[in-house]
Design a protein around this ligand. Sequence first.
Ligand code: ADP
Length: 399
Amino acid sequence: MSVAWKIMEEATEVAQATPPTELHAAITNALRGVIDPELGENIVDLGMVRSISLTDGLATIEIALTIAACPMRSKLESETVHAARRVPEVSDVKIIIGAMEKEERSALMARARLLAQDRAVPTDIPISARILGIMSGKGGVGKSSLTANLAAAIAASGATVGLLDADIWGFSIPRMLGFLGELEVQDKKILPMEKSIGEGLLKVVSMGFLSDEDDAIMWRGLVLNRALQHFIEDVKWGALDYLLIDLPPGTGDVQMGLARMLPRTELLIITTPGLGAQKVAGRAADMARKGNLRVAGVIENMSGFTCDHGEFYPLFGEGGGERLADSIGVPLLAKIPIDPTVAAGGDRGEPAVLNPKSPVAPVFTALAHRIITEIAPAIDMQSCSARMLEQIDSALNAS
Ligand code: ADP
């Protein structure tokens, strides 16, 4: 019996047990928020969800992985449980994991290839580079300060880090990292500005290198999106271990464009500890997932202030980072306190993480270390589908 028939039969059995209902559609829709990190597409549209049934609030979901020992297994499992639980009628979730047959794997790769063709833009970003988009629900929560410090901290560990300042209207990265001047163009490609940090290297591209900091850039969505595409297509990055993208606040065209153009981007969501900021950030995370971007973790910034006498003041409330991370089922990666060295370092172009006297420097360094070591990269080059993905990518770039 062919695999396709077998799947159809299984699906029919499940359909008989649980007639297709709005509930079934709601669970399917919720599972569209679970992205296969290697293929940058949701598990429903990739055909990895074999069946869904619901009995007395217990959702039983059968998922077929490309291979049984897929390193992403536990991540996909927990994200699936979390996504299904978001449907109010689902009180419990049972996951049955299966492995794809050869034919199923080929069908999945064909689908991935089609999806990749749909949205591909040619880019010089190496397939092995880890892409992290830094996002917040609203402005002023310290997203750019955090991106600048995180980029410097990862570079200080010896890595080559690209930083794309996609906060096109509110760019501030060049000033925060002490970069001045204009970008060079070589063979019609933009060359990023570079700076060595310890053993590592930082490469930065920003609208700030193309326009005056005082200019009001009142570009509309389409133009913003084109600017992002221009940066993604036309920057000659060279070698990169990481690419950090400082996104504009909210969930606008730039985020959606990024999901289309660089679907393997993982998001870090920044929030302050207050309930209001946490709710707005939660909506941003929701929108991002609907746009097929994977959320890797939450970072809480401005988590209280400790005065010279050691007294702690939770100036902007408490617990927003934990609550947000819990509600979207991802780790809270760091809580960064309020400290004047962050603001002063940003104004001077010397990020606090490189200031040995800054009390927050070790917090940024620990965050960078967690990201490098603990958070599974979107693409593990040794993993099940990464090599196939690489072939798709090079074929697309060659065509
Ligand atoms: P966003 O990018 O979210 O708009 P910024 O990074 O520009 O926010 O930060 C807003 C302001 O808050 C800046 O003046 C910055 O120096 C300051 N700031 C950010 N994080 C901290 C912190 N942890 N401690 C003190 N000041 C901070």
